[in-house]
Design a protein around this ligand. Structure first.
Ligand SMILES: [Zn+2]
Length: 660
């Protein structure tokens, strides 16, 4: 099986290319400008359904043939879409029943994108038919490097609540539960919800008040499966026709999205690709970028992955869409490469003149090529050309973060002790502490064998099966170190609370038990014995075998342990029972790192190594001042020799081929 876009000369560099938005005479200029910018891979046809299939079964490939030929003549490889991301109006007009329905019963209209119900047999039939046509038409085209199925699945239609989905949901449930098991797993004795027939089960549509949490969580799982089945249906069609062409779909493992369990999805793609856009408002946007990149490398099982989309500058969908400053796009690009990407692509090649994303930046902006953006695009493209040796190298980490998408689904529901908890941002807080400590981390799925790691951070691993809890306990018993944070282990996989004191699943390994949660009022903080503060969350914790590291000085729980450390078997288990401020969190993480024998090396710049036959040190200076580090080797981008002391200029990036 091929696991990377074929015949690329080195790191992938390019964009989504949407030539259908432009008159044909622009296309040859596009290819010329792409060549000048070092572009070697473009994604074509993602939103071209209406241009390719003009009515049912009537396919028009002529224009796309000419695009493919032009790109091939220019030496540019194509990640060809199946074009199924946005059904055309003729299809949804003929079959309005394929449009998605919201929880409040409103059926959505076409006129935007992703207007389909994931359970719709009409959509599935037409999408797989189009994928089959694309595959048979382009199977032998020399530009074809990879298949791009769909686009950002579930980005807009995260869940559909229509009658077709209701019927599929019942089948999904009946294949997993008897009625008795369902009533038990969903705790339907509460509020008289007991079902006597699967036919009575509905999607969790709008109800008078709180819905059943296990019902909602299972609907999340069902929806994830239904959407994954759509991807697999297209993939299987492609695989049959073009067995040697690798297949992917672009994930959104980032701060904007958490509705698919990508651990499951990652097993179904030939190579992992991801979209990432920075949060312009956040001063830590480059840290979140690093976390997303590490998470995606985890999804890829440590293998190289592709950044399918990011932006050269501003996007169009945030509250205020801030342009990137000179050098920022370059730093973002190299951060992704440093963290295991073997290429980065943008949305999109040429900035649209019309349509909803006309203010989203591109490689060629509205103003043309005499611009900061296009100049930087050409510079970075040329630099990527000097990094061919990096391709295929990998990133080592001795620390892991256990990341559970489904705990995020469970915790975003309402009727929890606090509704102000954000799973992704909670993980990001711990990630930032590790990032500041200069520690490169892997992300791992629940159930992963952890024995390769010195320390595993387990943040808000909330809805935990016995089997997954046992993996963590066995790891510690065998000598591993874990740092578990609050809201972990509280519930089972059906979100039923584990009895006998929180955090039920990890009570023994942590050597603590908690009798009551004490979330804090808005703007309330409590002081801890080490001088740090906590907000949002505290709990009435008791130690059994654990030692108290820090306790509360004031607030509702004076004298009660807030951070504990427990020797368990051959290992150590830390518990952080409150929402620490940044200083307290950093201190706790660094204590856990030191205890696990992991070196902490606070540096003003971001340092990551990729290793293959040789070692490459990526040094990214996000600050406004020059920085120096100890390193020796050849600066691959400038060709200069570095002996002992490397200066990384303010805002600059250095890639050093290290001398060992
Ligand atoms: Zn539906």
């Amino acid at each position: 099986m091929t696991t990377w876009p074929t015949h690329l000369p080195g790191l992938a560099w390019g964009a989504d290319y949407n030539p259908e938005q432009w008159p044909e005479h622009v296309w040859s200029e596009d290819v010329e400008l792409m060549r000048r910018a070092g572009v070697n891979l473009v994604s074509v046809g993602i939103f071209s359904w209406a241009k390719i299939e003009v009515s049912k079964g009537e396919y028009r490939f002529g224009w796309l043939d000419r695009v493919m030929d032009l790109l091939h003549a220019g030496g540019i490889r194509v990640d060809l879409a199946t074009a199924t991301a946005a059904p055309p109006p003729w299809l949804t007009t003929e079959h309005p029943e394929m449009l998605p329905v919201r929880a409040d019963g409103v059926r959505l209209s076409h006129g935007s994108r992703q207007a389909y119900c994931p359970s719709s047999p009409i959509y599935r039939d037409r999408a797989t038919a189009l994928a089959a046509e694309m595959a048979s038409h382009y199977r032998d085209h020399p530009a074809l490097a990879a298949w791009h199925v769909g686009n950002e699945y579930a980005c807009h239609v995260k869940r559909c609540y229509c009658d077709t989905c209701a019927a599929s949901f019942r089948e999904w449930l009946a294949s997993r539960y008897t009625l008795d098991q369902l009533n038990d797993a969903w705790s339907t004795a509460f509020w008289s919800q007991g079902y006597t027939d699967f036919a009575q089960v509905l999607p969790p549509r709008v109800t008078p008040t709180f819905q059943n949490p296990a019902h909602v969580l299972d609907y999340d799982r069902f929806s994830d499966d239904a959407i994954l089945e759509l991807y697999k249906a297209e993939r299987d069609v492609l695989r049959m026709v073009t067995p040697d062409v690798p297949i992917t779909t672009n994930f959104m493992a980032n701060w904007t999205f958490g509705d698919l369990d990508y651990w499951k999805w990652a097993r179904e793609v030939d190579f992992v690709s991801n979209d990432h856009y920075t949060e312009a408002q956040s001063p830590d946007r480059h840290v979140e970028l690093a976390m997303s990149a590490d998470l995606v490398r985890g999804l890829a099982g440590g293998k190289p992955w592709l950044l399918m989309e990011n932006s050269t500058s501003a996007v169009n969908w945030q509250r205020r869409n801030i342009a990137k400053l000179p050098g920022e796009m370059r730093r973002h690009s190299f951060q992704n490469i440093a963290r295991g990407a073997d290429g980065t692509l943008f949305f999109q090649w040429r900035q649209s003149r019309g349509g909803s994303e006309r203010y989203h930046s591109a490689m060629v902006p509205h103003a043309g090529t005499e611009t900061k953006v296009y100049r930087e695009v050409c510079e970075v493209g040329a630099e990527y050309g000097r990094l061919t040796e990096v391709v295929g190298s990998t990133v080592d980490a001795s620390v892991a973060v256990l990341y559970d998408f489904q705990s995020g689904w469970a915790l975003r529901q309402d009727a929890h002790p606090t509704n102000d908890f954000d799973h992704y941002r909670h993980v990001l807080g711990y990630y930032k502490a590790l990032w500041q400590a200069g520690v490169t981390v892997d992300f791992v799925a629940p159930g992963t064998n952890l024995s390769a790691y010195s320390l595993v951070v387990v943040p808000a691993f909330y809805a935990v099966s016995d089997a997954h809890a046992a993996v963590v306990a066995d790891y510690v018993a065998g000598g591993g170190h874990v740092l578990v944070t609050y809201l972990s282990g509280v519930a089972d996989q059906h979100t039923r609370v584990r009895l006998g004191g929180y955090p039920g699943a990890f009570r023994d390994v942590l050597g603590v038990w908690s009798e009551e949660f004490h979330p804090l009022r808005e703007d309330e903080t409590v002081t801890l014995t080490d001088g740090s503060t906590a907000s949002l969350w505290t709990e009435h914790l008791h130690t059994r075998t654990a030692d108290t590291v820090v306790s509360y000085e004031d607030g509702p729980l004076p004298g009660v342990p807030a951070v504990t450390r427990n020797a368990f078997g051959g290992g150590v288990a830390w518990y952080v029972a409150c929402d620490l401020d940044e200083g307290g969190l950093s201190r706790t993480v660094e204590n856990a790192l030191s205890g696990a024998g992991v070196a902490v090396s606070r540096s003003p710049i971001e340092l990551v190594r990729r290793k293959g036959d040789v070692s490459f040190l990526f040094a990214v200076n996000h600050t406004g001042t020059d920085a120096q580090i100890e390193a020796s080797g050849v600066d691959v981008l400038s060709g200069t020799q570095v002996s002992g002391r490397l200066t990384v200029r303010a805002g600059d990036v250095v890639v050093l081929r290290e001398e060992v």
